[in-house]
Write a protein of this length. Structure first.
Lengths: 145, 434
């Protein structure tokens, strides 16, 4: 199931003008495509989280530019873009006492929606979601979206 | 095997050392009284004559001198020799006021050199060592001071002066630098730059000793530096008014040896002017016993420290002072509480997640002082979870609160965003209009 994990790029950023522009410019220059993206802000700083088509390269580019950056293992779940999809996933996880640290969703050109999840026990989460017939996506799917 | 530059004088029994000091004190007091109208007036006003100084204890009858005296008599009002005997000037930067000028006779330069020759030998340097002097050369005393001392003991000097980091690293490798003299902040900067180039000081260079000073740094910072770079880091002390860098710790790193045949050190209670008991913190007062051009009598250096008169494990009998926490000038008063930047540093350096760079920002908001500590994010401390980051801020704030007895804001900033310094670093921004 390990191969179903998705590598998220997490980046520390001060909360001031120009920081995001700077990050984005670095990725643009490296030809890296951002699939999903969110910022968690906490006062004077924020954590930028993103799923990109080439996380190893993105990590290298950002690290070499002096950013504090890490790769985090997260889950990618494919959802029907209809009411109730999120509820089903949350329900499965809560039944197995797995906590969601954070989550963010994105839609693509298809009729599918995707959910990125950071949980406290990723191994168990992978198994229980799979058993519940919830479709997990992997890095290949991310590249081909 | 402990090496001495001058074993006889460095290990002189304390009693004899005191006798020597007593004689030299009487001489210098007589000398300044007869060579300087400044001192003559000062002594007369205090009602003290050179003959009154019969023993070392009588030193307390003498009036203090202050940095302000040097400013007031700028440029040469306190000099005790005619111009033709001067062989050099150094001039302080004047960052905290008007600059001060120090003049040297040939003998003053020789004594200065001797002091550092003993100090450098005491940290194990000698022939075959290459000392990279990355202190500034010029009006600042750091570069030339170390330079002469190292040549005296037969080490090879690499006079890079400050700045041009790439060149510093290149030469360090090519010429086999074994010791470097610079500010602790510049050493950190150099280490950071080396890492970026894939250079590991321990594996890729011959560097084994750092002579770090010219700005206060903490014991915790020393541990950081020694652990992360594999060198032995020694504290060096001195101030331009007394000649420049003069003294270091020995290999035991248990205080800075002050050469008692050249300087008389007192640690006093600032309020009463009386000496504090050994082992208690007080204000550092130094009398030069050998200087000719600009002798200083009971000079208030502006530092607080602790005096230790016990002979050292290394066999040296001269008194030691504890590392300097900070100049009295550097002390901040925040909401009525005294804070030394060095205290903040020593708290931060104990927290593994905190990197070496920080900035203290003091401001006044709604008639209330605020203190913010900015710390740089490090790869090791970073987490993708906001909660972890907030916990780190809280952990640092609570550690500071415990030691300083002051609530502070902690702000995480990006790695590399705080200023790096090639000389004395700036660790405080005080925005208050007082």
């Amino acid at each position: 199931m390990i191969d179903k994990m998705i590598k998220q790029i997490s980046l520390f950023s001060e909360n001031r003008p120009g920081r995001l522009a700077n990050t984005a410019a670095k990725l643009k220059r490296a030809g890296i495509n951002i699939r999903a993206f969110t910022i968690a802000e906490a006062g004077d700083f924020g954590i930028i989280r993103m799923v990109v088509d080439n996380p190893d390269e993105a990590h290298k580019v950002l690290h070499d530019s002096g950013f504090t950056v890490s790769e985090t293992s997260v889950l990618g779940v494919e959802m029907e873009d209809v009411p109730g999809s999120l509820a089903k996933i949350a329900d499965v996880l809560s039944k197995h006492n797995i906590n969601i640290d954070y989550a963010y969703a994105f839609v693509t050109r298809t009729d599918k929606a995707f959910l990125i999840l950071r949980v406290d026990d990723i191994e168990s989460a992978l198994n229980v979601l799979d058993e519940a017939n919830i479709k997990l996506i992997d890095m290949n799917d991310i590249k081909n979206l | 095997m402990i090496e001495y530059w001058n074993p006889q004088i460095e290990r002189l029994p304390s009693v004899e050392l005191r006798e020597l000091q007593e004689e030299k004190l009487q001489n210098i007091v007589q000398y300044v009284y007869s060579h300087s109208s400044f001192y003559r007036e000062r002594f007369d006003r205090a009602g003290v004559k050179p003959e009154d100084i019969k023993s070392l204890d009588d030193v307390k009858k003498l009036p203090f001198t202050y940095k302000q005296d040097l400013r007031d008599t700028y440029p040469k009002g306190m000099f005790c020799v005619p111009n033709e005997r001067l062989v050099r000037f150094h001039v302080s930067s004047g960052t905290t006021g008007k600059p001060t000028v120090v003049g040297y006779t040939q003998n003053d330069i020789n004594e200065w050199t001797k002091s550092l020759a003993r100090a450098l030998t005491s940290i194990g340097l000698g022939r075959g060592d290459v000392l990279q002097v990355s202190y500034g050369y010029g009006l600042f005393t750091g570069g030339l001071g170390l330079h002469y001392g190292a040549e005296e003991i037969g080490s090879t000097v690499l006079p890079t002066s400050a700045g041009n980091t790439e060149r510093q690293m290149e030469l360090m490798g090519d010429l086999g630098t074994t010791a470097i003299a610079c500010t602790p902040s510049y050493f950190l900067f150099l280490n950071e730059a080396a890492k970026k180039e894939g250079i590991d000081f321990q594996k890729d260079t011959n560097l084994k000793v750092g002579i770090l000073g010219a700005e206060p740094w903490s014991e915790e910072m020393r541990k950081r530096i020694e652990e992360s770079t594999g060198i032995k880091a020694y504290d060096v002390f001195g101030t331009s008014e007394l000649s420049g860098p003069l003294f270091t710790e020995c290999v035991y790193q248990e205080g800075i040896h002050i050469w008692a045949d050249q300087f008389l050190v007192e640690v006093i209670d600032s309020d009463t002017g009386e000496p504090v008991p050994d082992g208690e913190r007080g204000e550092l007062v130094i009398t030069t016993l050998s200087k000719e051009a600009l002798p200083l009598i009971r000079y208030k250096v502006g530092d607080t420290t602790i005096l230790n008169n016990e002979p050292c494990q290394c066999g040296r009998t001269h008194p030691r002072i504890m590392r300097i926490l900070g100049r009295v000038d550097d002390m901040l008063v925040v909401r009525g509480i005294n804070v030394f930047p060095g205290q903040v540093e020593s708290v931060l350096m104990k927290i593994a997640e905190v990197g070496e760079h920080f900035m203290i920002i003091v401001d006044r908001v709604n008639e209330m002082d605020t203190m913010t500590i900015q710390i740089e994010m490090t790869d090791a401390a970073f987490s993708d979870r906001v909660n972890d980051m907030i916990s780190l801020e809280k952990k640092v704030a609570s550690a500071l609160k415990t030691i300083l007895n002051l609530s502070v804001n902690v702000e995480l900033v990006e790695h590399g965003s705080l200023p790096r310094s090639i000389g004395k670093s700036k660790k405080v921004i005080d925005k208050r209009v007082l």
